[in-house]
Design a protein around this ligand. Structure first.
Ligand code: 4AD
Length: 430
């Protein structure tokens, strides 16, 4: 039986046995230090010369990192080690000897090199931490939805229409016909609420974004939720409750990992609903005040969002966008039909939009009118419109970009760090 490194550090066990990859090594006189990684954590181990045969000691000294070993020894507190503990090795067995130098040796490899070697870079401590936090965030999201009585549902990724407009659709050849990779689960979510009520999905969405920014992927993980009998107010409440829950719980569950990435868990614990709100009109005024050249009716893009985020130190809502800059399905605001009952959530510190959402059109005639206004062919959306004929009710939903929220929670500079194998305009490998 082997001990797992993550559990070792919480136990009082003295004699331990682990196996794993050598992620770093160095030697000093008659002592060799190996940093071992076993999939659950990292620990420093120390081998003194007199513990093994002289030739074997020399052989180990020459051995490359990413060789795999089995170690038995004594666990000791060690303040000088980054992990607070070390294992003094009694026995060491080599399970796999890496014959050549590992491609990632230095700390100053450029981003493109690390992207080309992603399959190896995953073993890096930073990627390990982000991957563990990512998995925990997804667990917490599912926990939140479970507590709130949502049902998880799954739908196809190959579709025949655009949800978010045609400009960034991936067209594919589907047995001689055209089909697309989905931008959003939303239309199917709207179908499902009439069956199972509140529901959500976690699935990839695709955007043919021909832009190289620090927050756009061409394939990203999309958390989407849809709720019947729900208006804009109810939608905002669900979003702020989910985000506060995830922030507070991740801060409790993984404080050390967050700290190591530069995020103060105490900051995340302070994120509590209700979150601040401003409407589009107010946002434009703030931007103008800040010297931005923007007119009422123009879209608020990444640069403008960055400026708005300077006014808040927690996530906040941007509501009531004009119809002209939102997809057709957004319900009009009865108080001002030029506006929609839409809401985005922006993360502070320059991160910007993490959620896009709104109340949907639930009336058949209004839907037809909006499609025509947008010069879209109702026939392309027939099944979607037809749902308004039978039992449709006021409803609303949202889409949260998983990589976007991870970027902000982990304080990452670029979206490529929040997913193992990112997809960009110029990258489909590894
Ligand atoms: O604002 P979007 O386009 O909204 C929708 O797709 C709605 N149909 C969702 C819904 O209501 N069910 O996208 C939602 C979120 C954005 O706020 C952003 O976090 C993320 O998806 N997102 C991206 N993330 C990474 N790379 C991209 N290219 C993204 N495009 C959108």
């Amino acid at each position: 039986m082997f001990d797992s490194i993550s559990e070792l550090l919480n136990q009082n066990k003295r004699k331990v046995k682990i196996r794993g990859w050598i992620s770093k090594k160095r030697s000093s006189g008659g002592i060799q230090f190996f940093e071992i990684r076993d999939g659950t954590g990292f620990i420093q181990t120390t081998l003194k010369k007199d513990k093994v045969d002289e030739n074997f000691f020399k052989e180990l000294d020459l051995m490359n990192i990413e060789s795999v070993v089995e170690i038995e020894g004594e666990l000791k507190e060690e303040k000088r080690s980054k992990y607070g503990f070390e294992i003094i090795i009694d026995k060491l067995k080599v399970l796999h000897k890496a014959d050549v130098d590992f491609p990632i040796q230095k700390s100053d490899h450029g981003p493109e090199y690390l992207m080309d070697n992603r399959h190896f870079y995953l073993r890096d401590r930073k990627m390990f931490l982000i991957t563990k936090i990512r998995a925990k965030i997804l667990q917490l999201i599912r926990k939140y939805f479970d507590n709130e009585g949502f049902t998880e549902v799954h739908v196809p990724s190959i579709v025949n229409n655009a949800v978010e407009g045609g400009s960034n659709l991936f067209k594919i050849d589907y047995f001689g016909n055209s089909a697309y990779l989905t931008q959003s689960w939303q239309f199917y979510g709207e179908a499902y609420i009439n069956s199972v009520g509140k529901c959500f999905t976690l699935a990839p969405s695709f955007r043919a974004e021909n832009s190289r920014t620090r927050r756009h992927l061409t394939e990203y993980w999309h958390l989407e939720a849809e709720m019947p009998f729900c208006n804009l107010e109810c939608l905002i409440k669900n979003e702020e409750d989910l985000i506060s829950f995830v922030c507070n719980e991740i801060a409790n569950d993984m404080p050390n990992e967050l700290k190591e990435l530069g995020r103060d868990p105490e900051y995340l614990k302070k994120i509590k609903a209700p979150l601040p709100r401003i409407n589009y009109n107010e946002a434009i005024k703030i931007l103008k005040n800040d010297g931005v050249k923007i007119d009422y009716g123009e879209d608020i893009g990444a640069d403008e969002e960055k400026i708005l985020t300077k006014h808040y130190n927690i996530p906040f809502f941007l509501t009531h966008f004009p119809k002209t800059i939102k997809p057709f399905y957004h319900k009009e605001d009865m108080k001002n039909p030029k506006l929609t009952l839409s809401v985005d959530m922006l993360a502070p510190e320059g991160y910007g939009e993490i959620i896009g959402s709104g109340q949907r059109i639930d009336d058949y005639d209004e839907m037809l009118r909006r499609l025509k206004e947008e010069k879209l062919n109702p026939k392309d959306y027939q099944w979607y419109i037809d749902m308004r004929k039978w039992g449709n009710v006021p409803h609303a939903g949202f889409g949260l970009g998983i990589e976007r929220i991870i970027m902000w929670i982990c304080k990452l500079e670029h979206i490529r760090e929040s997913i193992a194998f990112p997809r960009f305009v110029n990258r489909t490998t590894p």
